[in-house]
Design a protein. Structure first.
Length: 228
């Protein structure tokens, strides 16, 4: 099969981490390095709805009614996606599962094709530092250059180094209180998953407060071992 893994042996990895931990960035690096496919719940839903698959039609009806898409529909969409040829080298799940009920449903789905979770990788962050990292972000409203109160302030306060613009913008949800609340919710939601995959021997923890390339190197070691 030209070096391609069979569906039964194609690795399945889960990337866990709170908002701002760098999951998206790291998943893209892993995609390129290992030939894996990143699958996020939001992208899966949008693609299924756009393609008009049976599960996509069900999801569309639910979303148009203003309701949350059920785990059953998400699993059906994931089943369809995993059967596509580009997933034959393996996938990285980002944003799913979020609960132990979803994790159990995922295990059942994978068992249908003889697969299992090779590694659930938790990007470990320091909450206090994450609040500082995220809540201090702002951008130039003219050219979009990014700044930070602590790590990258403009040379002249209120003036963009790049274009000289004076209109600075902050995202409404990038404030300390909101960020702290999001982190608290994430940990409450994810703690049971940490236990779930830890009990299965699939949990791997990777420190995620360093430089992007340092984190990538540590992730690559974990992924290489899990996909060997």
């Amino acid at each position: 099969m030209d070096g391609m893994k069979s569906p039964a042996t194609a690795p399945v990895l889960i990337l866990l981490g709170p908002p701002g931990a760098g999951k998206g960035t790291q998943a893209r690096i892993l995609e390129e390095k290992f030939g894996l496919v990143q699958l996020s719940t939001g992208d899966l839903l949008r693609a299924a709805v756009s393609a008009g698959t049976e599960a996509g039609k069900r999801a569309k009806a639910v979303m148009e009614a203003g309701d949350l898409v059920s785990d059953e529909i998400v699993i059906a969409i994931l089943r369809d996606r995993l059967a596509e040829p580009d997933c034959a080298k393996g996938v990285i799940l980002d944003g799913f599962p979020r609960t132990t009920v979803q994790a159990e449903a995922l295990d059942t789905l994978l068992a249908e094709s003889g697969q299992q979770i090779n590694a659930a990788i938790s990007l470990e962050v320091d909450d206090a530092e994450m609040v500082t990292r995220i809540s201090g972000r702002f951008t130039c409203g003219t050219c979009g250059e990014g700044y930070h109160d602590t790590f990258k302030a403009p040379e002249k306060a209120g003036v963009c180094d790049k274009c000289g613009g004076t209109e600075m913008k902050r995202r409404a949800d990038d404030n300390a209180e909101t960020v702290a609340s999001r982190l608290e919710a994430y940990h409450a939601q994810t703690a049971p998953l940490i236990t779930y995959y830890g009990d299965k021997g699939a949990l791997q923890r990777v420190p995620a407060m360093g430089a992007i390339d340092e984190i990538s190197a540590e992730l690559a070691k974990v992924v290489a071992k899990a996909t060997a």
